[in-house]
Design a protein around this ligand. Structure first.
Ligand SMILES: Cc1cc2nc3c(=O)[nH]c(=O)nc-3n(C[C@H](O)[C@H](O)[C@H](O)COP(=O)(O)OP(=O)(O)OC[C@H]3O[C@@H](n4cnc5c(N)ncnc54)[C@H](O)[C@@H]3O)c2cc1C
Length: 389
């Protein structure tokens, strides 16, 4: 398995962080240095707290460095579905918090790393439907796009209709695209002087005041466990509340043509692709089609899902480009799902807060939830209404 995002020179040139060596006492400890854990580290450092953060692998060794790189505002559920399921206030609160997260990230990363190009929700994959069933699904998805657009407009969130070479759907101008591994490495670089951060340090056990790793013991009154996928493995008491799934992707050689102006997702977000400025396609999806196998803590790509993603990539590439360009990398990573699609932010032991369960869309929701976890751990602030606690 190799990850297409890691080809970037910023990631390839990351010098790494030293593993923990021996026991450490700090005010706070963060487990997991993906985008969520790094946001928790930042929030703790901003409050003058002495913080140590550890990751079992490299920074963003998990989903945070292996995802589609979509920075899409809002919860995992589309806004109209979230309003129906959770009520308007929690759904809108989370939507607005992710919009604020996007704005803050743009300031930190700059336009070279974070491309503010919007996103397209497409009704069905590009190209003509290949069956009656696909045609019917496209009609239904177009109706769902209209319902989403109504909800967004009602709450003054920017949305436009999309009709173009890719098909029909919605354009959401606030959204953005990023190389997620670059994002994480850049954030870690900024934080390294403000907190003790250690890679290659696996946490074995977490309890109140004590984090046992394979490199030493950490003692801290506040502990944030910011592990999205495999949260139920590290904290077995969360089994039944959060469940690990595998999501898969591939990346191709550059296409001759600029096909995707921005991140594009279809089939209700199950399939997704972005084309990088150098022409390469980064494509993922298909989890719903092989759900029984993809409820797994294993993070290796599989043949059946990769074949589906290749078909998605060919549709995204379009007929004009001929055959799908060579696949250069294939990979997978673990994410956490909750029963009601709300992120989990919950105290599991005195001063120990677990945060995760972003239901496949944690690039913005994760940092927002991680900050709520810090407020819960330090101040006892109740988790927001959009979280499962
Ligand atoms: C293929 C794929 C595509 C996706 N596409 C998108 C997308 O386009 N947009 C979007 O918003 N979301 C997307 N997601 C979901 C998103 O990637 C995750 O929700 C998000 O990255 C979660 O970030 P995190 O920092 O909370 O957790 P993670 O990224 O999972 O980070 C957790 C970190 O904890 C570390 N860790 C785990 N166990 C231990 C341990 N025992 N000890 C120490 N460290 C440990 C891991 O090494 C990892 O670095 C996608 C996910 C995948 C897999």
């Amino acid at each position: 398995m190799s990850v297409g995002w890691d080809d970037d020179e910023v990631v390839a040139g990351w010098p790494g962080l030293p593993p923990l060596s021996g026991d450490v006492v700090a005010d706070a400890c963060v487990v997991g240095l993906g985008a969520s854990g790094l946001a928790a580290v930042e929030a703790l450092a901003d409050r003058g707290v002495a913080v140590v953060g550890v990751d079992a692998g490299r920074v963003a060794a998990g989903a945070a460095g292996r995802n589609g790189g979509f920075l899409i505002a809002g919860p995992a559920l589309f806004l109209h579905d979230a309003i129906a399921a959770w009520g308007a206030e929690p759904a809108l609160q989370l939507y607005r918090a992710t919009l604020a997260e996007l704005r803050g990230l743009a300031d930190v990363l700059g336009p070279a790393v974070m491309r503010q190009v919007g996103s397209i929700r497409l009704a069905g994959l590009p190209g003509a439907p290949t069956s009656d069933a696909e045609a019917a699904q496209r009609v239904a998805e177009l109706a769902d796009c209209a319902a989403l657009a109504d909800a967004l407009r009602e709450h003054d969130i920017a949305v436009e209709s999309y009709a173009g070479p890719l098909g029909e759907g919605l354009f959401l101008p606030d959204d953005a695209a990023v190389n997620p591994a670059v994002r994480a490495v850049e954030l870690a670089r900024r934080l390294a002087g403000r907190a003790r951060l250690h890679e290659q340090t696996r946490v074995l056990d977490v309890r109140a005041g004590l984090v046992r790793t394979d490199r030493g013991v950490l003692r801290a009154n506040a502990v944030i466990v910011a592990v999205d996928g495999r949260l139920d493995v590290l904290l077995p008491q969360l089994r039944g509340r959060v469940r690990t799934a595998r999501l898969q992707m591939l990346s191709t050689a550059p296409l001759a043509e600029a096909r995707l102006p921005c991140p594009v997702y279809s089939r209700h977000g199950y399939d997704y692709a972005q084309q990088r400025p150098d022409g390469r396609l980064f494509v993922g999806g298909g989890r719903d089609l092989f759900a029984a196998d993809e409820w797994s803590a294993d993070a290796e790509p599989t043949g059946q899902v990769q074949r589906w993603i290749e078909a998605v990539a060919a549709r995204m590439a379009g007929e004009a480009t001929g055959a799908l360009p060579a696949v250069e990398h294939r990979w997978a990573a673990s994410v956490g799902f909750t029963l009601d699609a709300r992120p989990l932010c919950t105290m599991v032991d005195d001063g120990v807060v677990a945060v995760g369960g972003y239901n496949g869309t944690g690039n913005l929701v994760g940092p927002v939830a991680a900050r709520a976890a810090v407020a819960l751990a330090l101040d006892g602030a109740a988790p927001p209404a959009w979280a499962t606690s």
